[in-house]
Design a protein around this ligand. Structure first.
Ligand code: COA
Length: 153
């Protein structure tokens, strides 16, 4: 059964939301760079913010998902998928043609989820994460390369 969420746009970022964003992007430098020039939508359950998705128009007819995060205790309940579907519908309504997303080579779940939503792998940026401040591992895999994915609407 699909968990019921309300999705709404936000413009203010408090510490709770910032911490949630750090789940999806551990680089504060990158996060701080795009946070104020992007559109942010939160998923709420009974007024509690449980997830967030951040998008930006990178070029005409192209949206990029810069960040997506669901609070750990609410993960694997379909909230991430609902947030992505919300963006897909909005992109279609706005006559966009492409949605792009990038994720680490170690993010097995993320790569699975995005493909299930209709994204395809279009490239790999080798050593993208070398520029991150700290090394990080997920699923026992060192995060090194950026998997670039796109969905053609
Ligand atoms: N193989 C195949 N499918 C897998 C999988 C695996 N190993 N692991 C997970 N999945 C699938 C699930 O089956 C599910 O698909 P389904 O609905 O078709 O069954 C999907 O992945 C998970 O979907 P959902 O429950 O909507 O995801 P979520 O609400 O947990 O949100 C994230 C996904 C990535 C946003 C969330 O896990 C998160 O916040 N992670 C930390 C932050 C992060 O990594 N953000 C992304 C940065 S690029």
């Amino acid at each position: 059964m699909t968990i019921k969420i309300v999705i709404e746009e936000i413009t203010q970022i408090d510490k709770d939301i910032y911490d949630l964003l750090l789940l999806g992007d551990s680089s504060k430098d990158m996060l701080n760079d795009y946070i104020n020039r992007s559109q942010k939508y939160v998923a709420k359950i009974s007024e509690k913010i449980v997830g967030i998705i951040v998008i930006i128009n990178t070029r005409p007819k192209t949206l990029e998902i810069l960040n997506i995060a669901v609070r750990e205790e609410f993960q694997n309940k379909g909230i991430g998928k609902q947030l992505i579907k919300f963006v897909i519908n909005m992109a279609r309504a706005g006559k966009n043609e492409i949605i792009a997303i990038g994720t680490g080579n170690c993010g097995i779940k993320q790569i699975a989820l995005y493909q299930k939503c209709g994204f395809r792998i279009v490239g790999v940026e080798l050593d993208f994460y070398k520029h991150y401040f700290e090394e990080f591992y997920e699923n026992g895999i060192l995060c090194r390369d950026m998997i670039r994915m796109k969905m053609y609407l």
